[in-house]
Write a protein that binds this ligand. Structure first.
Ligand code: NAP
Length: 522
């Protein structure tokens, strides 16, 4: 019987995996690699798509690329010499495919498995994972479904009545032919600034609907000179040092992007100088000048976006959209702009409130209900009441200034370490003490209040409707990494033989089992 079929039979017979990973994007694959490195082979990765890669598999719109230097936007344990400073999406997807083959993790991935629910068993400490292909069981779950996996169409009246095609940029059809067409683009965020320069070259006319002007800085994307590629191949240590130098530079930029400092004024001046150098018309410059502090929304980096907006076949519309009709977009001053295709570069259903799947923890508690007004966790990885459930890209683990993969790797390492601790000490489960979680979050939210995201004068996808910041980490990546490298078991409660098993910081004192009642975990 082929191995895959054998696994299927095991699942039907109630096989309990040590670990089940949801999603085979950057973080799910990273988790699989780290688990294997720790000698944990009894795991499965469930992926709803038909290939690995997550957002880099799905995003194939023209111009898709990394907006942080690629040397940083790659696993620390799988360095690569990239063709450019900021690699294209296709090159990033190739990298993920290469890593999957090299690390032999494809055989752990089950494609076409869409997870809809997780339920913790109070009696046996096992997670039941409901998918479109049946129920899986696992002692530990690593939720790597990604914060930007589900595209969001804008809730604009009449969108469904539009007679032409409505496309979300994150679900681009590579065969889409825009020649001779009038294209409406809604949104001017990170995706739009990459896409619009390409649309202007393809379509007859491009009308860009801007709700809020963002800060744009040049990307200075350059090809990696062949000589540098040769040096990196001969002396990999130099590539590591370059990565480390880039990391330090981006860390410094946090000083201007996360907090309001003199560097924020420098960034704002740099943005204005770049705008002036690119846009000659003062009225257009005025329309493109942001009214919030740099960093409040994600910084946009592009060498050609501002020029593309001034192309003869491009029009910037800043009147709010009133509705969409059968033949185009109506703005609130009463003008109807005809369109053949509407492209929504309007972002994602970000998991800042309820998770995208139903999660039921100890005693039947519901994470969807607990997170309804804003997600929270302990150190971004665990949530009290949901033992042995680990998040990558969990709540408050987003950076505004450097590579998200740095944070993701720290979360993966934390999860794998705790899973090893449980396996080695024969614990059924570990759960965060709600008091530790409440303390963590009260300090975190206090620190967030002083950041540009919370007080920089904008509304971004980082915040919930009522202004709760459930997405960003208020500090340097170095601090985040340090926080997750320090596992304090005193902050957990456990099942099993505490005397035998539990120590404080891994290798420290004996922990007491604490009650978990009556504490607001937020
Ligand atoms: P985004 O940055 O959230 O931008 C969405 C745009 O759509 C904004 O301009 C927003 O306007 C506009 N919009 C949303 N709803 C609208 C509505 N109802 N009416 C009019 N305009 C509306 O989304 P994104 O560009 O897809 O980027 C999302 C995130 O993905 C980024 O922040 C980044 O983290 C990531 N990303 C990364 C890369 C990369 O290279 N690594 C590339 C692309 C994206 P407002 O500003 O007024 O809300």
């Amino acid at each position: 019987m082929p191995a895959a079929d054998a696994v299927r039979d095991d699942d039907a017979a109630g096989r309990v995996y040590t670990v089940l990973v949801i999603g085979a994007g950057f973080s799910g694959i990273g988790a699989a690699i780290r688990l294997r490195e720790r000698g944990i082979d009894d795991f499965v990765v469930l992926e709803r798509g038909d290939e690995v890669g997550g957002t880099w598999r799905d995003n194939v719109y023209p111009g898709v690329a990394c907006d942080v230097p690629s040397l940083l936007y790659s696993y620390s344990f799988e360095p690569r010499t990239w063709s450019k400073l900021y690699a294209d999406g296709a090159e990033i997807q190739d990298y993920i495919l290469d890593v999957v083959e090299k690390r032999d993790v494809r055989r752990f991935v089950r494609f076409g498995h869409d997870v809809s629910a997780l339920r913790f068993g109070d009696d046996d400490g096992i997670w039941r994972v409901t998918t479109n292909q049946g129920v899986f069981r696992a002692r530990n779950v690593i939720a790597s479904y990604g914060p930007l996996a589900n595209p969001a169409l804008p809730p604009i009246d009449g969108l469904e009545d539009f007679g032409g095609e409505v496309v979300h940029a994150a679900r681009w059809n590579p065969d889409q032919d825009l020649t001779g067409k009038t294209v409406a683009v809604i949104g001017t965020g990170s995706t739009a600034v990459q896409l619009i320069p390409h649309l202007v070259r393809q379509a007859a006319k491009v009308v860009v609907y801007q709700r809020t002007a963002g800060w744009v800085l040049p990307r200075y994307n350059v090809d990696t000179p062949p000589a540098i590629a040769r040096v990196f191949a001969a002396l990999p240590i130099l590539r590591r040092l370059t990565r480390s130098a880039l990391f330090r530079i981006t860390e410094l930029s946090a000083l201007g992007l996360v907090w309001n400092t003199v560097l924020t004024s420098v960034l704002s001046l740099a943005g204005k100088i770049f705008l002036r150098s690119q846009v000659t018309d003062p009225w257009l410059r005025r329309l493109l000048t942001p009214d919030f502090r740099p960093g409040c929304k994600r910084m946009l980096v592009s060498d050609d976006y501002l020029r593309a907006l001034q192309a003869d076949n491009c029009q910037l519309v800043t009147w709010p959209i009133a509705r969409i009709g059968e033949s185009g977009v109506m703005t609130c001053e009463g003008v109807e702009h005809r369109a053949d295709v509407i492209i929504c570069a309007t972002g994602y259903e970000v998991t800042k409130t309820s998770p995208p799947i139903e999660i039921t923890g100890r005693g039947g508690r519901s994470l969807n209900e607990e997170w309804a007004r804003g997600a929270f966790a302990y150190k971004s990885v665990n949530v009290s009441g949901y033992p042995n459930l680990f998040f990558t890209f969990g709540p408050n683990a987003g950076p505004g200034h450097t590579s998200a993969l740095v944070y993701m790797e720290a979360q993966i390492d934390y999860a794998v370490e705790l899973i090893s601790v449980m396996t080695n000490r024969r614990l059924t489960w570990l759960d965060v003490d709600p008091r530790a979680q409440a303390e963590f979050n009260s300090e975190l939210q206090e620190r967030l209040a002083g950041t540009t995201w919370n007080s920089g004068g904008c509304r971004s996808w980082y915040l919930t409707e009522d202004g709760f910041n459930a997405t960003m980490y208020p500090g340097f990546a170095t601090t985040f990494r340090k926080m997750l490298a320090d596992i304090d078991l005193h902050d957990y409660v456990a099942s099993g033989d505490l005397e035998l098993a539990i120590t404080g910081r891994v290798g420290g004192d004996t922990m007491d089992g604490r009650t978990t009642d009556g504490v607001d975990p937020r």
